[in-house]
Ligand binder design. Sequence first.
Ligand code: LER
Ligand code: MN
Length: 275
Amino acid sequence: MFDIAVSLSPTKTKFGPLLFAGNLDEGLKNAKDLGYKGIELSLLDSKNIDQKWLLARLEKLNLKVFAIATGQSYINDGYSLFDAEESNRLNAVERLKGHIDIASKLGSMVIIGGVRGKLTESADNRELEKAKGKMALRECLKYAEERNVILLIEPINRYETNLINTLQEGIELIEELGFYNLKLLPDTFHMNIEEKSIEESLIKAKRYMKYIHFADSNRRAPGFGHTNFESIISTLVKINYKNAIGLEVFPEPDDYLAAKQAIYYLRFLDSKISK
Ligand code: LER
Ligand code: MN
C-alpha cells in the first residue's frame, strides 16, 4: 500500500480542495485517526506558522509532512514566479525560500504549482517573461539544493494557467533547467483535462515523479467522480512508484467524510489490485 497524505491548511483560503482549512489541529487528529501516514501542508507565509507547535504535534501523532503547497501566495496575494511585475516575482521567491526553510526541517518537498502564475496574454512579452520566470525558479532551486530540498513542478490545467499544462511540458522544463532537485508532481484532476491517456503519461513520466495528487474528475474524493483510480493505481504499481499519494480534494460532503472516503476507497482498490 502506498503512503497516503491529505492536504491541510492552517488558514482558511480561496483555494478550495483542502480539508479542515483553518483548523490544522483537527485536521492532524483526523488524519491520524483515519490512518493517513502524513499530510501535505498548504501555507500562505511560513512566518505565520508556529514551527515548535507543529513539530511537537507531528511527533506526537507520528505524522510526516510529505510536501508543502505554496499556491496561496498567488491566489491570496498575487505573488508568482512568472509575473510580469518584478516585485511580485521577488515576493514569490521570498515566500518560497521561507517554505524551503521549513521543508528542510520537516524533510518535505515544496510544490511549484499555482505559485508559478501565468504569462500575460499578449504575445510580445512572452519570451522575456518566460526567461525572467525561469531565473526566479532557478534562484529557488539553488536555494533548495543547498538545503537538500526537492521542488516539484506540477502541471496544471489550461483554465488555471498557460504555463505547463501537461506532464510532457513539465518534463521538458526539468530537462531544460538541469537541476537534480526539480521533479514532477502529476495531479489526476489536471491530467483528466489535459492528457490523452492518464496511464500512458504516467508511464512516460516514471523517472521524474516524486509525488502525485489524487482527486476525482470533479475534484471530489476518489470514488465520487468518474476517474478510473483502479487503473491509475495499477499503473503506479506497474511503474514501481514508491512515493506518496496526496489527496487534494474538496471538503464535500464535509471535511471528515471526504477524508474518510478518500482513504477507504484507496484501501479498497489496493486490496482488490493486490489479490
Ligand atoms: C495545486 O496542487 C493545484 O492542483 C492547482 O490547482 C493550484 O492552482
Ligand atoms: Mn494539485
